[in-house]
Design a protein. Structure first.
Length: 151
């Protein structure tokens, strides 16, 4: 596949959990760190936030654990339809996606992944300074991909 995702762009692992308070406490204990701050996020649907091609409106609890080169993101879906809620209902707790920063190759990589047969229309988010695309690659890669130009 050309262009391809480069290993050096590895930026995050996203884990969906049913109970973020417990997960954050346990991760902190395992890593010997303070419990990460848990934040509430609301993603309001428009052309900049879509899930399966439709605008979304969802609520999440989120905690980020800085691992010094990548981030472990914990997400607990609270309300609304989202890729995270769908994952939790289907699998329970687990790795939702692995994220990569790909710089200005983002659009070309998304096209190449689409050409390889991956569903690249699953979830799209655009925010000031960057964007993200969740690629439906779970059936073949074991996890979804999150392709971002920058964090």
């Amino acid at each position: 596949m050309e262009p391809h995702v480069e290993k050096k762009g590895f930026a995050q692992i996203n884990i969906v959990v049913a109970d973020i308070e417990t997960a954050a406490e346990k991760w902190a204990a395992v890593l010997g760190i303070e419990k990460p701050e848990i934040q509430f996020r609301h993603l309001e649907g428009n052309e900049q936030y879509t899930y399966r091609g439709k605008p979304i409106s969802c609520d999440l609890k989120v905690a980020d654990i800085d691992m010094g080169g990548f981030v472990i993101e914990l997400h607990q879906p609270i309300a609304g339809e989202s890729s995270f809620k769908e994952f939790l209902e289907k699998h329970g707790n687990g790795v939702h996606h692995i994220g990569f920063e790909v710089g200005d190759k983002r659009d070309a990589i998304i096209r190449a992944l689409s050409d390889e047969g991956f569903d690249t229309d699953r979830t799209l988010g655009i925010y000031p300074g960057s964007s993200w695309t969740i690629v439906d690659s779970e059936d073949t890669l074991g996890a979804k991909l999150n392709i971002k130009p920058v964090r």
